[in-house]
Ligand binder design. Structure first.
Ligand SMILES: Nc1nc2c(ncn2[C@@H]2O[C@H](COP(=O)(O)OP(=O)(O)OP(=O)(O)O)[C@@H](O)[C@H]2O)c(=O)[nH]1
Length: 192
């Protein structure tokens, strides 16, 4: 099974006020926490999905950078995931992680991958407490056409996409720190 590790790091960070993926936690940028959780599990290739404004700020040489064209930047995660899936034909699964989850762990990634390996599902998605988390999930290459349909309908909501897929959901505890998601400066000032 060939599984790519993909970090989405091309958003606007408008709530945070500056590009949040470069904030530091324990001496490492947020996006590197996501990247390394994937890397420890030998996912390959490792990919960062970003835009032309941010691309020069990533400092890792062990990744393939997939850069959205200027006219297509900031279209959101659904567009970005499709952009990656469509450019990689020899990959079966895409483990997608957002760039703003500095407490994500390699153990979380390992558990999710083990479910994907045994599954016929289109996507393997965690549910934290009651909340589905589509930006910490695996999507199969066969979902490419589902993404295309969503984009053609100008519907960019990942939860709507999931309604159309055969999804294996994996439950996690409400207070699992792997899911702590930093959207605002206040989120980050809270001492977790
Ligand atoms: N490559 C790429 N990633 C994106 C895009 N939009 C959001 N992301 C990523 O998707 C994840 C969730 O993004 P959000 O926090 O919801 O949105 P954001 O634009 O980063 O931040 P806000 O402006 O505060 O909503 C983060 O990892 C973002 O970097 C995009 O257009 N392209």
């Amino acid at each position: 099974m060939k599984t790519a590790g993909v970090v989405l790091a091309g958003g606007k960070s408008s709530r945070f006020g500056k590009p949040k993926m470069f904030e530091s936690h324990e001496g490492k940028a947020f996006y590197e926490h996501s990247l390394d959780a994937l890397k420890v599990n030998q996912l390959s290739p490792l990919v960062i999905s970003t835009n032309h404004e941010l691309v020069h700020r990533f400092e890792r040489e062990d990744v393939r950078l997939i850069v959205e064209e200027e006219s297509n930047s900031y279209q959101g995660p659904l567009y970005a995931i499709h952009n990656v899936i469509s450019k990689m034909d020899d990959t079966e699964w895409f483990f997608i992680l957002s760039c703003d989850i500095p407490y994500v762990t390699a153990e979380f990634v390992k558990e999710m991958v083990s479910f994907a390996e045994e599954s016929e599902a289109d996507a393997v998605v965690p549910v934290q407490g009651g909340r589905i988390q589509p930006l910490m999930a695996l999507y199969h290459k066969k979902t490419e056409t589902n993404f295309e349909k969503m984009l053609a309908a100008d519907d960019h909501k990942l939860v709507h996409l999931l309604n159309d897929l055969h999804v294996l959901t994996i439950p996690f505890a409400e207070d699992d720190p792997a899911f702590i998601n930093i959207n605002t400066a206040t989120d980050w000032n809270n001492d977790y």
